[in-house]
Design a protein around this ligand. Structure first.
Ligand SMILES: *Cc1c(COP(=O)(O)O)cnc(C)c1O
Length: 396
């Protein structure tokens, strides 16, 4: 199927890189569940080993099913090329390790995914790479933290778990004026809600485990950016650290992607209704949802996002104990980590994911005792509200 450059996003979500099977005409793409690819002669073998563009050779470098997923994600993000990994964390670490060298410096947002934070603050320091963590929602903090040897500005928007936003255009401008690469983890947004490369950001990363797959049954990670950089990552850290996606997982993500717009639309509608309900509830101190006018960055959200997403954070007046009671009494919402699933998932960072993190660090990342993170699914919003209402009833 010839690609039509004028396709709108929803058509691209369904059809981009969707070629079917060239041999049989099957519309669903084949799964090339293979490790080895026969080469024609030694020269051909050498060519393929030298440059992946010359053909497949061994699935750790890439496979045909993976290529479909990469091509689709590159198109959806308006990027030159993409790479698919076995998890989001594999995508993040392979990207950072490819770019950074001993003596380099990173400016990162204080609110980044826990594994990203650990990688930068505990692992990379062993290799002579330092990170300064700041609140990137104020661009002045980033400008002040930049040093002579700063190589990367790294952040999430919206950020996990507080749903804080960072201004994509501002970050791109700071990076461009100083020759620093900007990398955004856009997992909470998905290409349906925001396309950071259009704002001048250099690299977009997704935990495809979340909205890309959307069904809580497959893990994956995607990196999108310039072809040169994607080639370098494939050659250096994908091939040699080994975090490549499996053909079947690539196929599942490719399939999940086809309904991204339908799922996201419902996630957004439901989240807006649930956020309004929570904002009006007497036991709720504050709701963080970019779609609410009360969100401090509502205006920025309207500028850089097409809709406001499915992630809500809210603060319970009753603090830590209230958080635990709410968690232990929801019936329809699953008490579970992860997010971006068609099922609604709820969790309480202070008593669950962040229980081992010192209080001071938690507060720096905006994680207070009563903070609850809600990944609103695609069920009927009325049922979700009823469930939260009955559990809040019991909560002090
Ligand atoms: C889940 C998540 C990750 C990590 O992805 P995995 O697929 O679990 O490795 C990274 N960033 C964000 C924002 C996430 O939500």
């Amino acid at each position: 199927m010839e690609k039509d450059k004028n396709w709108k996003l929803k058509t691209k979500i369904v059809r981009a890189a969707h070629y079917g099977c060239p041999q049989t005409g099957s519309i669903a793409p084949p799964i090339y569940q293979a490790v080895n690819f026969k080469v024609d002669n030694v020269d051909d073998g050498a060519d393929r080993c030298r440059n992946f563009d010359n053909g497949y050779i061994y699935t750790r470098l890439g496979s045909p099913t993976q290529t479909l997923l990469e091509a689709k994600m590159a198109e959806l993000e308006n990027g030159e090329a993409a790479l698919a990994f076995t998890t989001g964390v594999a995508a993040i670490t392979a990207t950072l390790m490819c770019i950074l060298k001993q003596g380099d410096h990173v400016v990162a947002d204080g609110t980044v995914y826990s594994a990203t934070n650990y990688f930068l603050s505990n692992l990379m320091t062993d290799y002579g790479i330092e990170t300064t963590f700041v609140d990137c929602s104020n661009p002045d903090n980033v400008k002040k933290a930049v040093k002579e040897n700063t190589k990367i500005i790294y952040f999430e928007t919206p950020a996990n778990p507080t749903v804080k936003l960072v201004d994509l255009k501002e970050m791109a401008a700071i990076g461009k004026s100083r020759g620093i690469m900007t990398i955004v983890d856009s997992t909470f947004g998905s290409p349906y809600l925001q396309r950071p490369l259009d704002f001048g950001i250099d690299v977009v990363i997704h935990s495809a485990t979340k909205y890309i797959g959307g069904h809580g049954d497959v893990m994956g990670g995607i990196v999108i950016g310039k072809k040169d950089l994607m080639d370098a990552i494939r050659d250096k850290t994908l091939k040699n650290l080994g975090g490549v996606i499996s053909p079947f997982d690539a196929w599942l993500l490719f399939r999940g992607l086809k309904t991204l717009h339908l799922r996201m639309q419902r996630h957004c509608e439901n989240a807006m209704e649930v956020a309004k309900f929570l904002e009006g509830h007497p036991k709720v101190e504050r709701v963080f949802y970019p779609g609410l006018p009360s969100h401090p960055q509502h205006e920025l959200a309207s500028k850089q996002m097409d809709d406001f997403g499915g992630m809500i954070a809210f603060e319970l007046k009753g603090g830590f104990e209230a958080g635990k009671t709410l968690m232990n009494n929801v019936k329809l919402c699953w008490l579970a980590v992860s997010l971006g699933d068609v099922d609604t998932l709820i969790q309480h960072p202070a008593s669950m994911t962040h229980v081992y993190i010192p209080q001071e660090e938690k507060l720096k990342a905006g994680i207070t005792d009563g903070l609850v993170r809600l990944s609103v699914g695609v069920e009927d919003a009325e049922d979700l509200i009823k469930d939260l209402e009955q559990a809040l009833e019991i909560t002090k």
